[in-house]
Write a protein that binds this ligand. Structure first.
Ligand SMILES: *Cc1c(COP(=O)(O)O)cnc(C)c1O
Length: 223
């Protein structure tokens, strides 16, 4: 992660923590508004989490029933498998591209599309991925998404979005409007150096976001 930004350190030092005795605004309206403005999206499209980790798990808890398949690349981010298993899903780990390619151990779009079926409830892809540093460009992601069945949610984990060459790596936010089953997750942990503050967010179409928000408020109640 990058070091914390000095302006943020200064803000935290100036902060009067006397109001810490009160519960915060559960809707986190100011943060939601700021993120919405930054990325020019509807505030209702945003779901906030205690880090994007919580959201990755929440998405599985919301949509995956025991026996449903959860597809993700082998060497993908470690949380994907844990989230799938935690919801009773069947992890389907897809073998990577051949080592000889220019993205060694990267996710294989053709192989991933080939395993999607009637029982696939969720697909996870970190773009770029941790730990391989590999990524899909816009064309690869767009072509993959048109092959995803309508009953399948696709999570594009963009924890490292701020580090990439914007023209090279697909920006999944641009695809949320076109694909109502896409959820993009981002975080303040890496580029902003704020991992301890646990601030992550998901952006999806507002209908899907409201299902996730409801689940956050009713962890055991079902969606
Ligand atoms: C670090 C990381 C996350 C989780 O970060 P949070 O601190 O929970 O927001 C998610 N995905 C990837 C690929 C990561 O490397």
């Amino acid at each position: 992660a990058l070091p914390i930004c000095p302006a943020v350190t200064e803000l935290l030092q100036q902060r009067d923590f006397a109001d810490a005795v009160r519960y915060p605004d559960a809707g986190a309206r100011r943060l939601r508004q700021a993120i919405a403005q930054r990325w020019n999206v509807d505030p209702a499209a945003i779901t906030l989490g205690n880090g994007s980790h919580e959201l990755l798990v929440l998405i599985a808890e919301t949509f995956v029933a025991p026996g449903d398949e959860v597809v993700f690349p082998q060497h993908g981010f470690a949380v994907f498998k844990l989230a799938a298993l935690g919801s009773g899903g069947l992890p389907v780990q897809v073998a990577p591209l051949p080592r000889s390619g220019d993205q060694p151990l990267g996710a294989d779009p053709e192989a991933m599309a080939a395993v999607l079926g009637p029982r696939t409830k969720l697909v996870y892809l970190a773009n770029p991925n941790n730990p391989t540093g590999t990524w899909w460009d816009r064309t690869t992601l767009a072509r993959f998404l048109v092959r995803v069945p309508k009953h399948t949610i696709v999570v594009i984990d963009e924890a490292y979005r701020e580090y990439v060459d914007e023209s090279a790596v697909a920006d999944a936010l641009a695809l949320v409007d076109l694909h109502p089953h896409v959820v993009v997750t981002r975080t303040f942990s890496k580029a902003h150096g704020l991992a301890a503050l646990r601030i992550g967010y998901a952006i999806s179409n507002p209908a899907l976001a409201s299902v996730l928000d409801h689940r956050l408020d009713h962890p055991r109640g079902g969606a």
